[in-house]
Design a protein around this ligand. Sequence first.
Ligand code: R5P
Length: 295
Amino acid sequence: MADLDDIKDGKDWGEDRPVDVSRFFLKGSEHYDWGMKARLSNIFRPESGRTVMLAFDHGYFQGPTTGLERLDLSIAPLAPYTDVLMCTRGALRTVIRPETKKPVVLRCSAGNSILTELSNELISVEIEDAIRLGASAMAAQVYIGAEYEHKSISNVVKLIDSGTRYGIPTMAVTGVGADMVRDARYFGLATRIAAEIGAQLVKSYYVEEGFEKIVLGCPVPIVIAGGKKLPERDALEMAYRAIDQGAAGVDMGRNVFQSSNPVGMLQALEQVVHHNMTGADAYALFQDAKPLNAD
Ligand code: R5P
């Protein structure tokens, strides 16, 4: 039985004892089988163990939000500059050329809109279609503490079970309802639950206080969402801090496609994520970067 009054902050996070990744480059992944490891190696670069994902799945509940009005114009040309595309099957089939050859993390939940309760989702893609599309991973939200927590966990469990049957990883996206507190305790709880139910990778938000503990308490790789559009300098600094504190990459949307120079942001993020460039240096790179169609 749960003792709610016994939820305490952990003490021994083993900061000085890194997880053993000598047998496979990715945290917590050494016991998976070949197909699962191969797909994870599409998503995360083996040489850095990290990834830059471009998230443009927002339309599945937000409609044509700023920067995503015309995916063919704003997003398709960015594909060469990212490691991974994260999107719905509708966006993939309509605007991304199959020759693009970028791994896809496929949004496989839906069923809500910004006008209704966000946590009330269902599985929106059958495993057969994820396979047909060549997805490198599937993704769905877990809404811990929200009205439909149980349903969202059930969605992710079903994806994990079907994905495991075919060697396709599942990314659990820690969704937050409008009134929920976004702190280390919340994301520590949500990311750990996601990993314990079997998600092979987890998406979280970055928090200023205690992000290292979120990473240490989660036995699988964590990538961060960008959240609302920030000034580019701040977004790059956030990415740097997250990487420095153990994140395995970014899965950013608005801070890329709403930027004045999305290509410059992706180039700067690549340096931060794969080459440990500081936020300040990455911002200098961003300022010098040529936008698409500059010539
Ligand atoms: C949110 O549910 C979606 O998965 C977004 O793709 C995600 O939040 C990342 O986008 P952003 O960086 O704009 O927060």
